[in-house]
Design a protein around this ligand. Structure first.
Ligand SMILES: Nc1ncnc2c1ncn2[C@@H]1O[C@H](COP(=O)(O)OP(=O)(O)OP(=O)(O)O)[C@@H](O)[C@H]1O
Ligand SMILES: [Mg+2]
Length: 375
């Protein structure tokens, strides 16, 4: 008899969706103060005015997107005075695409594909906001991806100046950025005087106890009781803290349980976690690379190439000597870029000599994988 590849086995998952990347968690703790801050920004719009703008800043996986979406969901359920529009800048990278999202939120369908100018899309939006007396809040999620060519400045400035062409139309912007070095306000003012005066809402990384709490809540919903013991959860938390990204932990739980199922066990053991981590850690890599500027991404790729070419340890000075970009950045900027890769836990910087300028640079991922993701 042929071996059956897909045996019917007993599943350990009560709800496997709870570990998917787009799952909306029912428990969302540790972000009360950020949610309060966002609610505060919205308040003027509830009273018939314009909402205040905000920038949500924090490393990848710190709950920025989830926080904005929670506030937006609540607004949709409770008030007609505000029109919240969520734009994922990973998908919508041009001004036209952003305005198409807003148009779709108002009219229920996207503007016709051809022959519609951005001006007429904006006319329709401005007119509808005036007529419906609704205050617009646009979330530009991962706004740093619109940053290049000043698309971001154009989008934000045009939204905040909507009332100049359409009196009574009110709009505010919530931007999220995971690039901690990007100062949006200064950046935007480099081009024109920008009306953007956002409040800064900071999302600190979760500590080990918070990661444990988040994973425990998710396990309770997603798995049958007893699948992951306390010590195994500790092991998962410890691995997650390597990258500091909750997403790694969620992915790790899912893969470890799948491994246990494959081995026909009803409980996760340490080897399930170790094997799963080899895959899960890449979740962090993929998410984090979005937080890099084009230059930083190029540097990371160069480090990956050099670590493939070279067998001994890489030192910072040697990397700098082999950077091929023209014009070459100064050493100070180069050092800052390296420190950022370190703070994002993409590389480890190890001081060779106390007080010296030279560090050893160790890539935390397989070079092959890094090159693949950077491209
Ligand atoms: N406090 C929390 N409670 C429960 N789940 C959380 C919490 N914070 C984050 N998560 C989960 O972690 C994942 C990442 O969160 P989110 O997408 O909101 O992060 P982010 O800050 O927007 O990250 P990025 O900068 O990479 O876009 C999501 O799956 C989310 O459900
Ligand atoms: Mg996000």
């Amino acid at each position: 008899m042929r071996k059956r590849l897909l045996m019917s086995y007993q599943t350990l998952f009560r709800n496997i969706d709870a570990f998917e990347i787009d799952y909306v968690p029912e428990f969302f703790n540790y972000r009360e103060s950020q949610l309060d801050d966002l609610a505060y920004q919205v308040r003027p719009a509830l009273e018939g005015g314009r909402a205040l703008s905000a920038v949500c800043r924090g490393l990848p996986g710190t709950g920025k997107t989830t926080s904005v979406l929670r506030i937006f969901a609540e607004l949709e359920q409770t008030t007609k005075k505000i029109l919240p529009v969520y734009v994922n800048c990973q998908n919508d990278r041009t001004k036209y695409m952003v305005y198409s999202r807003i148009y779709a939120a108002i009219f229920g369908h996207a503007p016709a594909r051809t022959g519609v100018s951005i001006k007429s899309v904006m006319d329709a939006i401005g007119g509808a906001l005036q007529q419906q007396e609704r205050s617009l809040i646009v979330c530009l999620d991962d706004a740093n991806l619109l940053h290049y060519n000043n698309t971001l400045g154009d989008v934000i400035n045009s939204l905040l100046r909507l009332h100049q062409d359409y009196p009574g139309a009110r709009a505010a912007v919530f931007a999220t950025v995971s690039d901690m070095d990007l100062d949006l306000v200064t950046e935007l003012n480099r081009w024109v005087i920008s009306p953007f005066r956002p409040s800064d809402i900071y999302f600190p990384p979760y500590d080990a106890d918070e990661i444990r709490g988040i994973l425990r809540d998710r396990i309770r919903i997603g798995l049958y009781p007893g699948v992951i013991s306390g010590p195994m959860l500790d092991c998962i938390v410890e691995q997650t803290m390597e990258s500091g990204d909750v997403r790694v932990g969620l992915d790790l739980v899912k893969r470890a349980v799948l491994n246990a199922e494959c081995a026909a066990r009803t409980e996760v053991v340490e080897e399930d976690i170790t094997a799963a981590y080899e895959q899960s850690k890449h979740v962090h890599l993929a998410c984090t690379i979005r937080a890099l500027s084009a230059d930083e991404r190029r540097l990371l790729r160069r480090i990956a190439e050099l670590s493939q070419e070279q067998s001994g340890p890489l030192v910072s000075g040697a990397i700098y000597g082999r950077v091929e970009e023209t014009p070459k950045v100064g050493y100070t900027i180069f050092s800052r870029q390296l420190r950022k890769l370190d703070s994002l836990r993409l590389v480890d910087l190890i001081r060779v000599q106390a007080g010296g300028r030279t560090s050893e640079v160790a890539l935390r991922y397989e070079p092959e994988k890094v090159r693949e993701v950077c491209e």
